[in-house]
Design a protein around this ligand. Structure first.
Ligand SMILES: C[S@@+](CC[C@H](N)C(=O)[O-])C[C@H]1O[C@@H](n2cnc3c(N)ncnc32)[C@H](O)[C@@H]1O
Length: 247
C-alpha cells in the first residue's frame, strides 16, 4: 500500500461505454481507434471481446465468452442498445503507471483493489486479464495532460479516434482537469480528423459536465456521469452495473 496507488481496473465499465462506442462506429461508418487515458492495465480497451446482457436480455458477444466476462447492466431511459459490437482497429492506453497483465505482482495488486465481498468482480478481473494476456495492449507511460496528443497522432488515419476515460479525473488536480478538457475540446473541434471524447467520471469531477436528471442528491453523488464530447448522455453505476440514459 505504501508503494502503490489506487488503479482499480474495472472491465465492467465497458457495458456503459459500449452503446456510445457502437453509435460512433455506426455513424462514422469506420473502425474505432480506442485511446484510453488513465488505462491502468488496459482492461477497458477490449469492449469487443466481452459479452453484454442489458436488463437480463440475451448476451451480445462476438464469440463465445465465459460467464465471468458477460457484463450485466440494468438500464433506465431507453438507451440505444447496440445490436453488434464495433470493429476496433487500434487500442492504446496512457497511464502515469501502466500495470502489466503479464506480471503476477501487478495482477495481485489489481485483485487487492477489489472489495473482498465482490466475488463476481474478482472473477471478471481474472477472466479479463486472460483476454489481455492473449493480446497485450499498447500501454504508454505518461500524463494525460501532457502526452495525449502524440498518441492521437499515432492512430491509424482510416479510423475514427475515440479518447475515453473512466474514474480517472478525480485523481487529477483542477488545473490539470481544465487543461485536459481544453485539449479534448480542441481535438473534437478539429475537422481535419474525427475525434470523439467519452468521459465517465464522478458527478461534478469534470467542470461544466453535470448531467440533468431528477434523483435524490445522495444517489446523484454516488453515480458517474457519462458524457459524449462534453455533453451528458447518462448516469452510470461506478462499476458499469447501471446505465440511466438521459435521452
Ligand atoms: C481508478 S483507475 C481507473 C482505471 C480504468 N480507467 C478503469 O476504469 O478501469 C485510475 C487510473 O488513472 C491513472 N491516472 C491518474 N492520474 C493520471 C494522469 N494524470 N495521467 C495518466 N493517468 C493517470 C492512475 O494511474 C490509474 O491507473
Amino acid at each position: 500500500m505504501l508503494a502503490r496507488n489506487t488503479q482499480t481496473n474495472e472491465a465492467g465499465r465497458s457495458a456503459v461505454l459500449l452503446p456510445l462506442l457502437a453509435h460512433i462506429a455506426d455513424s462514422e461508418n469506420t473502425p474505432l481507434a480506442l485511446i484510453e487515458v488513465g488505462a491502468s492495465a488496459g482492461l477497458c480497451l477490449y469492449p469487443d471481446r466481452y459479452g453484454y446482457s442489458y436488463d437480463d436480455g440475451p448476451v451480445l458477444s462476438a464469440s463465445a465468452v465465459p460467464d465471468a466476462l458477460v457484463m450485466e447492466c440494468a438500464t433506465t431511459g431507453n438507451p440505444p442498445l447496440p445490436t453488434s459490437l464495433p470493429h476496433i482497429s487500434f487500442r492504446a492506453g496512457l497511464d502515469l503507471n501502466p500495470l502489466d497483465v503479464a506480471k503476477d505482482d501487478d495482477v495481485a495488486w489489481l485483485e487487492a483493489l477489489i472489495w473482498p465481498e465482490h466475488v463476481q468482480r474478482r472473477d471478471r478481473l481474472r477472466a479479463a486479464v486472460e483476454v489481455a494476456r492473449r493480446d497485450p495492449p499498447l500501454l504508454l507511460s505518461g500524463d494525460l495532460v501532457v502526452n495525449l496528443e502524440s498518441l492521437v497522432d499515432s492512430a491509424p488515419a482510416d479510423s475514427v479516434v475515440v479518447v475515453f476515460h473512466s474514474a480517472v479525473l478525480g485523481y487529477v488536480d483542477e488545473p490539470g482537469r481544465e487543461a485536459f478538457q481544453d485539449t479534448m475540446r480542441r481535438l473534437t473541434a478539429d475537422r481535419s480528423r474525427p475525434v470523439h471524447w467519452l468521459s465517465n467520471e464522478g458527478y461534478g469531477v469534470l467542470p461544466g459536465v453535470e448531467g440533468a436528471m431528477a434523483k435524490a442528491e445522495v444517489e446523484v453523488v454516488r453515480l458517474f456521469v457519462l458524457a459524449h464530447n462534453g455533453s451528458p448522455a447518462a448516469r452510470t453505476g461506478g462499476h458499469g452495473q447501471t446505465l440511466d440514459w438521459l435521452g
